[in-house]
Design a protein around this ligand. Sequence first.
Ligand code: FES
Ligand code: FES
Length: 156
Amino acid sequence: MPRIQFRLNGAAMDVDADPDSTLLDILRGQLGMTGAHFGCGANECGACNVIVGDHAVAACDTPLWSVADKDVTTIEGLGSAQKPHPLQRAFIAEQALQCGYCVSGILMSAAALLKQNPNPSGADVKAALDRNLCRCGSHNRMVRAVLRAAAEMAAS
Ligand code: FES
Ligand code: FES
C-alpha cells in the first residue's frame, strides 16, 4: 500500500492506507480523531468538516491522496478542555448547541471563516455555515457565538 504523508494538527503523519480511502475513515479509524462525525457521507451535512490548509472541507468526501503534504486540522487541534479556542468558549457562553452532533463540523467551518475573514458580518457567518446542517435548530445561536468569538479575538 502506498504511504501518504501529511500534517495532522501540527504533527507529521505517515499513513499506510488505500489512497482512495476517505479522510474521514482514516481520521476516525486509524488515527483516533473521532471528533469529526459521520452524518450523511455525501458532502451534504458538514458534520465531518475539517480544515485542509485554510479551507473547511467535508472529510467524508475528501480522498486521502488529496491531503498529501498538506496541513489537516481537526476539532482536536482547535482547542482542548484545558485550553479552549475562543469559538469553543463562545459556543458555551451562547449555549449554541443542543445534542452537539453537528458542532465539531460547525466549529471547523467557523474557524476556517475566521482565518480568512477575522471580522465577518452576520451574513458572512451565515454564508460560511450554510452547508452545515443542525437538526436541533441552533443556527441563530451559533451565528451569535461566531460573532462573539470574532470580537473576542479582535480585542485580544
Ligand atoms: S458526513 Fe460528511 S458532509 Fe455529511
Ligand atoms: S446541536 Fe444537535 S444537530 Fe446541531
